[in-house]
Structures are given as structure tokens and as C-alpha cells.
Design a protein around this ligand. Sequence first.
Ligand code: ZN
Length: 459
Amino acid sequence: MNKASRIFCPALITPKNAVVKPTEQLSRSQKLLTELGLVKSGSNGTYQIMPMAQRSVDKLIDLVQRNMQLAGGQKITLPILTPTGLWKRTGRLEGDISEFYMVRDRSGKQFLMSPTHEEAVTAMLATNSPISYRQLPLRLYQIGPKFRDELKTRFGLMRAKEFLMKDMYSFDVSEETARETYAIVSVAYNRLFQQLEVPFVKVNAATGMMGGSVSHEYHYVSPVGEDTLLQCSSCGFAGNSEVLDSQADSCPSCKSRDLKDVRGVEVAHTFLLGDKYSKPLGATFLNTCGKPQTLLMGCFGIGITRVIAAALEVLSTDQELHWPMLVAPYDVCVIGPKQGSREQPAAEVIENELLLNVGELCGHQELLHDDRKELTIGKRLLEAKRLGHPLIIVVGAKAVQQDAPKLEVHLSRGEKLELDLSEALKLVAEHSHYKKSLLKGSFQPDKDESKSQSVGHQL
Ligand SMILES: [Zn+2]
């Protein structure tokens, strides 16, 4: 069980009447994360993730890994530093390199602090080339920091200079099997985004600096998004306005003319790369006739820290964080009586019984006990609500009243219930059950992957 008194959560206390000079543009979720002590600003554009938010990051990593493994992924770790020579060979140092961090070692050799790892993983394959067709398809993924020297960092974790990514790279024998891989990973992405229960749209995308032929983006729709999406009000279809013909005045899917502009935060991106990297870097396999042939690649990214920041931005209010259920730092927060109150001795008996039972139902690690009894219930409840715990159970004066003792249960989004102990426990059990069903649930794959644009979860 976790005790609130022991959690390092350095809340930002701004003195009244203080003139706060914002150093960057804040979104409402970023403001709450900072004020509540979940995320701290490091140097310009970098962030320090504090223990409570780290729990959320770790839960998302677990969820992403589950889905990557269901898609046949194998986890690896590549160095953050990639020799710039590899990027010269693929031509990627010829464009705009102002966002790259470059460093030199003591011998003068130059490295990139990798913003992405196509070159590094392909070069690794090339050193083992040719591999046998029997080893293919190969789907390798990693989860680690990426670096981009953004001119304008904004909205905290949503656009930072260092961020956490899951990146998967696939290697196939043919265009056809590369497309199969693409479809399989896309199913995993759809499942993940459905499990997070934040409405998302999947749109056809430009391939940009990555190159390749097919590409999709997954977006959370939010006013702070940096991309403009064109969305159909009648069927939900959406496209990136970069890609959709700007003349388009009707929905390519249902022909409705009711299209509107919405802002999207890109949280994931998939690409079919072909041989753009494998050819110059010499990553090959031996085909069934024993002849070396160039590997065909795909790459698949998910912005881990960005998913959390953007999901909070979509779900939260100005006053309260609201988390996707599977990545909330804790499931249940229990608040006991105030030190020295009349009800304290009797209420603590109930509180202890509650803690024991709740811990068994949802797992002791998922239970936060706000044991700071020197604080009033009201103060702790306000903080718990701002932190957005899915279930908050208060053991106060009503818990010890003679007839029909009641616990106060606060659900995320303001709903308040008065329940007896067994009813409250039933609610905790239902919550855990629902989480399990989300993890196990079967989800609709894309109806037709070959249709280049499709809608994930209709808004
Ligand atoms: Zn439509």
C-alpha cells in the first residue's frame, strides 16, 4: 500500500499576489501536473517526472509492451548515440538538421542524440546480413528517450526536447509481407488506443522525412493540437489537411459536405518504408533460392509521454485531472478521519478494515492511503479530486453514525455516492473487473486496412 505522507510530490506553491511570468505556453493539463507536483520543469524544454506521474508512464509502457508482443514484437535497446556517418549514407543529414542534437566524443567522432533509430537498427541488421528468410518477418522495438532541439517547446510533455518513445522497426521479405506486418501492427495500435478509452482519429499521413509509401497518424483531438484535421460530422472520417486535397469539399468516405476543421495532437505514427534505409545500408537476407535480397521495412512510433500529456489534456477539466483508467497512478484513494476528531477512534477501525479489503480487491499497489491525518478531510479530498483518482473513499463522521453508517465515495468527474462498506467494496471490485476486461477485451480491427483512411474511435 502506498502512503500519501511518503510520496515525493513537490507541489508548486505560488504565493498569493505573486506575478508569475510564464516561460512557456502551458496547457491546462500541464498546469495541473506542475501545480500538483507530478511533473517538474527541468532546463528549457525538458521535464522531470515525479513518482506519481512515473507510475502512469510505467503503466502505459506495460500496456504498449503487451500490445507490441501480441504483434510479434521483440524488445531491444539501441544506443541513444548514433554515428552521424550512418545518417550521411541515407541522405538524412542533407535536409534541415537544425533540430538535431549532435555531439563529438574525445576523438572527434560525431554522433546524433537520436531523434529516431531507422539508421541504427538497419545498420545493426546489416552487420548480420544476409540473414535467412526463415528469420523473417522480424519486428524489433525499443522504449527509450528521443531528442529533438525544438525551436518552440510547448505544453510540457506534449512537445519537449527530450521525450519517451516506443519505436518498432519491421523487416520483411517482400512488399506483400511488409504490408501484412503493417496491418498486424496497426491492429495492435487500434487495440492500444481503444484500451486507453480516449477518442482518437486515425488519418492518412504524409511520409515526410521518413520516406516510404504508406503512412498513418493517430491523433487525439484537442484545441492545443498542432495539426489541422478535416473531419466529417456525419460519419466521423478524418484526414490530415496536409494530405487531403485542399479542394475536397465532400467527405471521401460518405460524401457528406459537412466537414469541419479540428486540431489534432499526433500521438502515434506508422510508416511503410520499403528499402529507403535497407538499400543504402546494405541490410539483406538470403531468399529461398539462396540469393541475397534487400529487406523491406516498416517503422511504428508511439509517443509515450505525449500520449499521457495529450490524454490528460483531452479528459481533464481546468480543476481536475482525469486519467485513462488503465494508466491512472492509483485505482483507489482512501481518506481517513482527522487526527483528534471525535469520530477518529471508531472511524479508524472501519478505515483499517476498508484498507485491507480494498487492497485485496484491487491490489495493494493500486491503493493510495492518504494518511496525512493532520490535514482536514476537506483539504485531502480536494487534492485527491484534483489528482483525479478514479475512486476516492472517505471515512468520516458519517462512517460511525449509529444507524446506517456511510462511506463517501467520489468518482472521477464529480459523482458522489454514500455507500455502506460492502457497497463501496463492490464498487472497487467492479472497477478492477472493468480494468481486467479492458486488458483482455477483443477489439474491432480496422474494417479495411487497404482503405488508406479509416476512423479509429468515432468522436
Ligand atoms: Zn463522412
